[in-house]
Design a protein around this ligand. Structure first.
Ligand code: GTP
Ligand code: MG
Length: 197
């Protein structure tokens, strides 16, 4: 897919104020600091479109970006930010879960996982919740430039194996690096296929 345009549309804390659900939409989600905003910028080749930060918890709202005037990328706040207060975490859960569960135009949830880490309970629990809700999702392993390909593959194999506790088979996955632009063609190809179906 060639990206001709990518524009910020709106940031929301209220489901009622989201753009009308008339275009295919892909939500990017994962632990705080996993690299969601960086990946979005890499995909659309627009540095600074989604705000990135070394400090976890940067993205606090549901952010809609309109791509090629046909589909939306949605940047969501990260989960598992240890320093967020209990009430803030509860708010996050309610708000994001409502969005994911109710958004009719949501085609696929892109679950970002840090490829440097052994399987994390919070990621597995989140995938399990998506499975319970019957929401389509894929795994996107991030920051692959930060270690050897062998280590990345080992962590992915462990994650996929851990998923078999909840799923008959692990979903499709992508390996990405926002630094090296790894995985860009694969993810855009995946989205393009769904948009055309
Ligand atoms: P929140 O919005 O806070 O949940 O974070 P996020 O998941 O959007 O992460 P963000 O894209 O802001 O990136 C967090 C940090 O990781 C930044 O310092 C990025 O530069 C760095 N980073 C993200 N992706 C990559 C990558 O592929 N490779 C490397 N080396 N660093 C990355
Ligand atoms: Mg972010």
């Amino acid at each position: 897919m060639i990206i001709k345009s990518a524009d910020f549309i709106c940031s929301n804390t209220q489901i009622s104020k989201l753009p009308p659900p008339t275009r295919p939409e892909y939500a990017f989600i994962g632990r705080s600091n996993v690299g969601k905003s960086s990946l979005i910028n890499m995909l659309v080749q627009k540095k600074g479109l989604a705000k990135t930060s070394q400090t976890p918890g940067k993205t606090q709202l549901i952010n809609h970006f309109y791509v090629n005037e046909t589909w939306y990328i949605v940047d969501l706040p990260g989960y598992g930010y240890a320093r967020a207060s209990k009430s803030k975490k509860a708010d996050w859960n309610k708000f994001i879960q409502t969005y994911l569960d109710k958004r009719e135009s949501l085609q696929c949830v892109m679950v970002l996982i840090d490829s440097r880490l052994e399987p994390q309970k919070i990621d597995l629990e989140f995938c399990s919740w998506l499975g319970e809700k019957g929401l389509p999702f894929v795994l996107v392993f991030t920051k692959a430039d930060k270690q050897s390909a062998v280590k990345t593959d080992q962590n992915i194999a462990k994650f996929r194996k851990a998923m078999l506790a909840f799923f008959e088979e692990a979903p499709q996955h992508f390996i990405t690096s926002s630094e090296l632009h790894t995985g860009r063609d694969e993810i855009l190809g995946f989205i393009s296929n769904i948009n055309q179906s």
